[in-house]
Design a protein around this ligand. Sequence first.
Ligand SMILES: [Zn+2]
Length: 135
Amino acid sequence: MQVMMSARKLNARQEYRLKQRERIDGSPLIAKKFPRLKGLRVTLMYYDTKGVTKNGEMKCKMNVEHARSELWFSCSAGDCLAGDFNLSAALASAVAGHHKVAAGEIRCQGARKRGDRERVPCQALLRYRLNLDYD
Ligand SMILES: [Zn+2]
C-alpha cells in the first residue's frame, strides 16, 4: 500500500506510532490465537527507573474477541519516544503454560529527551500482572 502522506511530514514519534499500529492491527485476535483463553485482565504498575517510585497504576479487562494478540502498552512518560511495553511474549508463555496468573517486570526501551537535543534511554520500569481465565 502506498502511503500518500509525505514521510517528511511525520515526525519520529508519529512514524513510530504508525508502524506500531500496523504491527498490532496485523496480528491475530487474542481469541483466534489462543482459543482456550476466555478472559484476560492486565494490571500495569508504572515505576521510575529505580523501581522505587510508583507513578501510576492501570487495570484493564481485555476483550479477547476484539483485542489483538500483539499486546503493547505505552510508556507513561509523556516525552518518551518509541517507548512501549510489549507483553505479547508474556501473554503467549502464560497461555502456553496454562497459567492463571503471570507477573513480571520489563523496562521501557524508548528514549527521552534530556535538555535540548540529547536523547537518553528511558528505562522506566513496568511491573505487570496478567490474570487469565480458560475454558
Ligand atoms: Zn519510556
